[in-house]
Design a protein around this ligand. Sequence first.
Ligand code: TXA
Ligand code: MG
Length: 328
Amino acid sequence: METKVLPAGVKAYDAAKKIILGGGIVAFPTETVYGLGANAYSDDAVKKIFIAKGRPNDNPLIVHLENTNKIESVCSEITVTAKKLIKEFMPGPITIVLKKSPKISNFVTCNLDTVAVRVPQNKYAVEFIKMCGCPIAAPSANTSGRPSPTLAQHVLDDLNGKIPLIIDGGMCDVGIESTVVDASGEAPVILRPGKITAEDIIKVCGKLAPAQKNGKIISPGTKYKHYAPVCDIYLFDAFLAEKAGEFIDKKTAEGLNILAITKNVRNFNLNKIINYQDEFELAKNLYSYLRTWENIYDIILIEKPDDQGMGSSVLNRLLKASGGKIID
Ligand code: TXA
Ligand code: MG
């Protein structure tokens, strides 16, 4: 199959509509990461997503809608908690989990009685969904186990020949996936952290319940190791920069090639150091950095952002990518 890449615009939406209504799949930009979409009412179309990505069949998909008025058509009940979250944060980089409507395919929800719903803010995503006229089930548009794509090129790198169309909307703004919040009960539960933070949610809902029930993790996706990079990733704390410097000298002496990504200016003995201004800039570029440099360097060493707000959400992805390797 030839994979076409078309710039976001009428021609791309027309082509996308034909594919989606014909039961096919299309990659599209959102403000978080690129998604791989199918008609959420079609079992056969949804199955194609799992095949193209190599996604485990017990990891449910998010249903994307063009506006918040459509939410009631895909769930059976909008709770008080959900109403507050919808009003405050949608459209935007948040996904809420609610009791599902029977109309939504069990292939989307992997037989759970809940559905994850998202109304993106990115204008190309909204146009695409509007044109198709149906809810769009979509995970991130990467091969399972790879970092999420934040550029059309990343989607092409993973899925070339496996999908017919990528709508190119440039670089994603946020760069990490949406905050997933279970809003099906009385108190919201964060299943995956993102740009909308725990602090933001507590401000609106007044409370937050922990993400574990009797020690059991309750989101299917969190049990998967999200990303096994080709090179080693290590993290270091800002206050242990000296230790990081020693680590670099030792590994360099062993003949290993290292790239450092740091917040503060560091005088490490390295040819390449990338600086980031704040956790938002790091989030935006993180997956792109990993995809670009993992085959060139043996080790990528990253200065941890502060563990609060968006910093915590980026740290969540960094801990997964590094497998928890922290210099101490
Ligand atoms: O920003 C995003 O959320 C992107 C864009 C494309 O919208 N999508 C995305 O999808 O990251 P994906 O499939 O890579 O991650 C969806 C997460 C998974 O961890 C999945 O387990 C969880 O949402 N999820 C989906 N449906 C769920 C449900 N009914 N209950 C609990 N968790 C659910
Ligand atoms: Mg994903």
